[in-house]
Design a binder for this molecule. Structure first.
Ligand code: G4P
Length: 547
């Protein structure tokens, strides 16, 4: 029997179904849904805060920062729970700017880095890449950009911290192009850096925006001087302006002019220089996001593509967050709306379970708090209370069978074997891990030979969360231990006999995941490479689609 779906008893809105097509089209058109990709410390939190200040969504600088400093990895369950409570508010931040509705989806970094971080990127329409100009391209940026690649997500680049000594800007662009394999179109160009940072030159508008140390003001205006040949500039900073002229010539010759189509295809990124902490250049990237990045587009489902302006509601779950509110011990399934209009109190169909649910106490995410949502359109994220019956990748509609595709699982980077102190609890352990695996909290592999289950994660905090939840929700005291496994790949092949041979020959390193897919658990990069070479008829995948 399926568990009861309890969506609570919040007051109902009176449904007024079938919003006029023009209204849906208008609402879709003004929506922008994006995430920030960056390496820890590049300035994501600072930038998020400035964006929220600009839009008036928060009044107080330090609000987002305070949340961040509240987060630290710890094995204390209550602590994790508390942090989850804190971080949910910043999981999705919706704000308005220039008559647009902007949804900013958080991509947890630091110790919070997990599969969620990757999967959030499957729910955005564009991404903002923040790079510390003193450091250049860093590891986590590369990982996240590769995920954006899967859907050709358009990327806007912000070179941050120009008020510090940075690397040479031309060299930075070079690195972006070679390491990330994306063409760069500088839109603004820095004048000096660090102590002699004078501002930026807008290559498309032929304007110079003068740098001034920022304040906590919401939307700061910086002085603008028209024309690179303006004599005022030569008076103000003769040295830097000469340098700028030389560089601009170089840039015009060596880099690509901005091309909207290439940007939208994900092959070119417009690059802006600035300093988030000083508000400097932040408005430019927000405008670029509104003017250049697109509103929600069509999404692929198994049967057909779904247009955002369709009259009927549809969407998919891309993330499940557990136990966020210590008072309620609830889980929330984050659903991205793909079409139509959602309104509180309406009935939607959970397609995998083939049953209708009435969603009353849905949450939306205004920048400052969890709030009751009245309506939502394509691009918006809504939170559905969930008691263990929703999984990553689940699709919802008003009846039509629309299983959305493109919600991947990622090959884990960290592995633990798991055993329990009390062998009588083995059933609970398997049940717990099965459910946590389905939910996407961790990946569970059962080796063909050998008894111990192997857990895989892309961030180590995932193991702590799983250990705590096993204890709290399933009464299982599990011990996680290091393993010799260093990477995993899902294995597929057309010839069933070859697959069977593979399983027999390498049984200790062949395993099945929670959804029953075969995987190869490699002990090293070399081991993986050799195995791939020895089994040319099999394909080894670093991602797999939700089944
Ligand atoms: P993250 O979320 O990407 O991890 O980065 P975060 O915004 O927390 O920024 C990391 C550090 O970089 C912070 O300093 C922040 O103040 C600083 N920072 C961000 N933008 C700029 C900028 O434009 N210029 C300069 N000079 N610094 C910047 P911190 O010392 O770690 O924290 P705090 O002492 O400022 O609180």
């Amino acid at each position: 029997d399926l568990p009861e779906i309890d969506t609570g008893t919040a007051p109902e809105a009176t449904p007024t179904r079938n919003a006029p097509a023009a209204q849906i089209a208008r609402e879709v058109q003004r929506r922008r849904t994006f995430g920030i990709i960056s390496h820890p410390d590049a300035g994501k939190t600072t930038l998020t805060e400035k964006l929220l200040l600009f839009s008036g969504a928060i009044q107080l600088a330090g609000t987002v920062k305070a949340r961040k400093s509240g987060r630290h990895a710890t094995s204390d369950w209550m602590e994790i729970e508390k942090q989850r409570g804190i971080s949910v508010a910043s999981s999705v931040m919706q704000f308005e700017y220039r008559d647009h509705v902007v949804n900013l989806l958080d991509t947890p970094g630091h110790q919070d880095f997990s599969e969620d971080t990757y999967r959030v990127l499957t729910a955005v329409d564009s991404a903002l890449m923040v790079i510390d100009a003193a450091k250049g391209v860093e590891a986590q940026t590369i990982k996240l950009l590769n995920v954006c690649r899967m859907r050709n997500t358009p990327i806007i680049t912000f070179m941050n911290k120009m008020d510090r000594e940075t690397r040479d800007p031309l060299e930075l662009l070079d690195e972006l192009e070679s390491v990330l394999d994306i063409r760069c179109a500088p839109v603004t160009w820095p004048i000096g850096m660090g102590k002699t940072f004078r501002g930026v030159y807008h290559l498309l508008r032929d304007e110079i925006m003068l740098f001034a140390a920022g304040s906590e003001k919401a939307d700061q205006a910086f002085e603008v001087i028209k024309g690179i040949d303006n004599p005022r500039l030569a008076e103000m900073f003769p040295l830097e302006i000469e340098q700028l002229k030389m560089e601009v010539e170089l840039v015009h010759g060596a880099s690509h002019p901005f091309d909207l189509e290439a940007f939208l295809a994900g092959t070119q990124t417009p690059v802006f220089f600035g300093s988030a902490i000083n508000n400097f250049g932040v408005r430019e990237i927000l405008n670029a996001l509104l003017d250049w990045a697109q509103p929600p587009r069509e999404r692929d489902a198994t049967v057909r593509a779904v247009a955002p302006t369709e009259a009927l509601f549809s969407g998919f779950v891309f993330k499940i967050q557990a136990n966020m509110d210590p008072a309620h011990r609830d889980r929330i399934a984050f659903l991205r709306v793909c079409s139509g209009r959602f309104e509180r109190g309406m009935k939607i169909k959970h397609l995998r379970l083939n049953r209708e649910i009435k969603v009353s106490n849905v949450v939306t995410f205004m920048a400052s708090s969890r709030e009751q949502v009245e309506e939502a359109y394509a691009g918006d994220i809504i939170g559905l209370p969930n008691h263990g019956n929703m999984q990553i990748g689940d699709s919802f509609s008003e009846g039509e069978l629309l299983q959305f595709t493109g919600i991947p699982y990622f090959a884990p980077d960290f592995f633990r074997s798991v055993r329990i102190r009390n062998p009588l609890k083995v059933k609970q352990l398997h049940k717990g891990l099965q459910q946590l695996g389905e939910e996407g909290a961790v990946q569970v592999f059962k080796p063909v030979q050998g008894g111990e289950l192997v857990l895989g994660a892309v961030g180590v905090l995932q193991f702590e969360v799983v250990a705590s939840r096993l204890m709290n929700e399933y009464g299982v005291d599990a011990v996680f231990e290091g393993t010799s496994i260093s990477s995993a790949r899902w294995v597929s092949g057309d010839d069933k006999r070859v697959l069977a041979d593979f399983e027999r020959a390498l049984g200790h390193n062949v395993a099945y995941d929670a959804a029953g897919n075969m995987a190869y658990l490699a002990t090293s990069g070399v081991n993986l490479k050799l195995t791939q070479e020895r089994w040319p008829k099999l394909t080894f995948h670093a991602t797999r689609e939700h089944a």
